[in-house]
Design a protein around this ligand. Sequence first.
Ligand code: SF4
Ligand code: SF4
Length: 430
Amino acid sequence: MNRREFFKRTGASIAAGTLLGANVLGAETKNEDGQKELLGKILNYNPNMQYRLMGRTGVKVSALGFGMLRLPILSDGKVDFDQSVAMVRRAVEGGVNYIDTGRVYLNGQSEQVVGEALSGGLRDRVYVTSKSPWWIMEQPEDFEKFFDESRRAMKTDVIDFYHIHMIMHRGWKEKVIPYRLIEKMEKLKSDGKIRFMGFSFHDRLQLFKKVLDASSGWDFCLIQHNYLDYEYESGVLGPKYAAANGMGVAVMKPVRTGLLADLPQSMRKALYSTGIKKSDVEWALDYLWDIPEVGVVVSGMNSLDDVEANLKYAAKARPNMLNPDERKALGEAIRAFRQIPGHIDCTGCYQCIPCPQNVAIGYIFAYVYNNYLVHQNMKRALADYTVSMSPIQRGAPASDCTGCGACLNRCPQGLDIPKLLARVKETMGK
Ligand code: SF4
Ligand code: SF4
């Protein structure tokens, strides 16, 4: 069944607000005909893929989502279009029905790949997403401009899952609220231009709750989570809090921007102690699929081999899939990570902000520096540091710290923040 037939047959008129009830698609049935009917209501159903309910949207999404940020790049710096299109098509053939992209991903090329890959009949077999980037908006009207650009690039009139991209304290205060972006999202939804409204998030749990409380129209959220970051940002409580509010939960960065796809020996040893053979990536994905509240795990894929491996892992992506030994082994792996010499015991709780210099303290400690310590690969670490930071998004680098001490008594871990920032600057040069 394609997407149009799906909505037609189920009578799901989004504009009229009559979505499928979560109980319909989430229901279990012992009757074989009933079971077949339920499966027929899943978009792009493939028996080798697992599908999970996406909160109050009422739709079932593939446990594996295609993350469109890490597409293969050619030597001239442009996206390898042919290869990327082939990857998306193979994923759809394998049962993936959730494509995650954003207006700014790969300078707009990511959305273009989506448009091309889904042309010729595949658009109706998947849910497409995109994200509205507040940090490049100069005026409120830019919201509509970016939305139309996304639709054009992806060759679609309707975007199924649309996000406010990367909500964090600064953007919330400086753009999301004054530019009335939430009201704009609600209008897109009531006009039928998007099916579901949500946001991607990069900040602490307090702000997460505030965002959720700001609209009754939220359908889903996209949060960063992995087994090392059970406290970082919204942490392990994020999916539970969102699900308790009826929202669908998508999770991004399952391998922590590559770190969990290439583990140091100490962590691998802890995982191997189970006697279970799994790749590093498989451990990371299984941890997330084990969480019942998680709908879709968005995995950035870089090659056809990645697509094949991810499809294979997703075939068994069930809630509560880990056994006690596997859970224990993940705990041991976390301990091994924390014991890497020089590790800064920052949980990324963000309680040290605001900093008068806007230094991205938690991000620099928990992500940039601790990641660097694992492989000691300065080139890769500096690339991450540069690409992922900007004054308006994450904040300023360690070198901007003036040592004023305003953050000192705010850290629940008792970290000497200025001293540690000086160490980061000395090691990484900024
Ligand atoms: S000591 Fe450095 S990081 Fe802390 S508040 Fe002052 S400038 Fe910011
Ligand atoms: S430095 Fe301390 S307060 Fe700041 S994010 Fe890390 S743990 Fe939290």
